[in-house]
Write a protein that binds this ligand. Structure first.
Ligand code: AMP
Length: 370
């Protein structure tokens, strides 16, 4: 256990840091975020060090915390190096280096016994030759680093298209993945503390719109046994990667039920937001606890829950908030960000006494959120 009134440092001050801070406060934990953006969502509920992630004074303030975690994986290596040996950073640098690079991540997933889509690394033009055939004839070319919400990727189904896509992505290192004919997308988070204690979040079913997560539902509609298999994979990855903290695995489920890991986020994830309102521990509390080395328990919601993301629209139209608020079991979570098309501005969680009612309310909620 850390001190009686511990302080948690976070690299990054976006909505995930905001919600980590909101979960940390009632646990008696103070939060300090290092984040250059003056309008960072976490500034409203945490001490905000407004400086670059590599700022020596800012990093010294984080080094004085009991532990440091992060809300995005692209943390500059200099920042991690500056904190090394001064404060526990959880997850640590080796795990982060893996999870921010799609090829290294897939190789490490396979080494841990997880299955992934077929893939071919594309470092240079010559790697494109024969690549599509190797992954089954149709694929998705993704930049190895810095892609999110469907950005930095293109679907390809011919050699000429593949080359064009690589040019359009800027000839940067990429991975070509085979197109997976998945039946559904699910995700599951795992936490592990320094004592090696492991706990899991719920199996969540996800749908996307224009490459951005649109809805999440728990319990998922996946066949029986899927949750157990997802937990086995998550447990194996957490152990093999020496996880300290929380990580979220996104899976494709094939028609036969098999799970392929699509990607891993070394932190809380948009698909876990519904845990805020399901009556149990939230993913944010789970990450805080794991990072501080506290005892852990599973954090599946106690009631059927769902989530719909609120994303900035091209015409600026937002949700019908009066109608959302009138929907039983709906709770809004807004991030205090300036609206922009395609930007995640908030989400609405929905809780219901049974799965049927949840489905009905979710249809009504979706109709209110453009
Ligand atoms: P990602 O950025 O890797 O999470 O991809 C965004 C979305 O694109 C995923 O949630 C899927 O819906 C789709 N997608 C990504 N990779 C594949 C793949 N190999 N096969 C089929 N669909 C994919």
């Amino acid at each position: 256990m850390t001190s009686a009134s511990p302080t948690l440092g976070i690299l990054g001050g976006g909505q995930l840091a905001q919600m980590l801070a909101l979960a940390a406060l009632p646990l008696g934990v103070q939060v300090v975020v290092l984040e250059p953006d003056p309008q960072a969502p976490a500034r409203l509920c945490a001490e905000h060090i407004r400086a670059p992630y590599t700022d020596p004074a800012g990093l010294s303030r984080l080094a004085a915390c009991d532990a440091v975690t992060l809300e995005f994986e692209n943390v500059p290596v200099e920042a991690l190096a500056a904190l090394e040996g001064r404060v526990p950073v959880r997850p640590g640098g080796t795990l982060l280096a893996r999870s921010k690079h799609r090829v290294r991540e897939k190789e490490a997933l396979r080494a841990a016994g997880a299955r992934t889509a077929p893939f071919v690394p594309v470092e240079q033009g010559t790697d494109l030759e024969g690549a599509l055939e190797q992954v089954g004839g149709r694929g998705i070319l993704k930049t190895s680093e810095l892609g999110y919400d469907g950005k930095g990727q293109a679907r390809v189904s011919g050699a000429a298209e593949l080359r064009q896509a690589w040019e359009a992505l800027g000839r940067v290192p990429c991975v070509l993945e085979g197109l997976v004919p998945f039946e559904r997308e699910v995700s599951l988070a795992v936490a592990r503390n320094v004592a090696g204690e492991v706990a899991f979040g719920p199996l969540v079913e996800n749908t996307h719109r224009a490459g951005i997560l649109r809805t999440c539902v728990s319990p998922s509609g996946a066949p029986e046994g899927t949750g157990d298999r997802a937990r086995e994979v998550a447990h194996a990855v957490a152990g093999a990667w020496g996880l300290e903290g929380l990580l979220t695995l996104e899976f494709f489920q094939l028609p036969g039920g098999e799970l392929l890991v699509n990607e891993v986020a070394p932190r809380v994830h948009n698909s876990g937001h519904l845990t805020q309102d399901g009556g149990g521990v939230s993913q944010f509390e789970a990450q805080v606890r794991a990072v501080l080395g506290w005892p852990l328990s599973d954090w599946a919601p106690l009631h059927p829950t769902a989530m719909v993301n609120v994303v900035g629209t091209v015409d600026g139209r937002g949700p019908d908030w009066t109608a959302v608020d009138a929907l039983p079991g709906a709770r809004r979570h807004l991030y205090h960000k300036a609206p922009r098309p395609g930007r995640k501005l908030g989400h609405v969680n929905l809780v219901a006494p049974d799965v049927g009612t949840l489905r009905d309310r979710l249809v009504r909620l979706e109709a209110l959120i453009p």
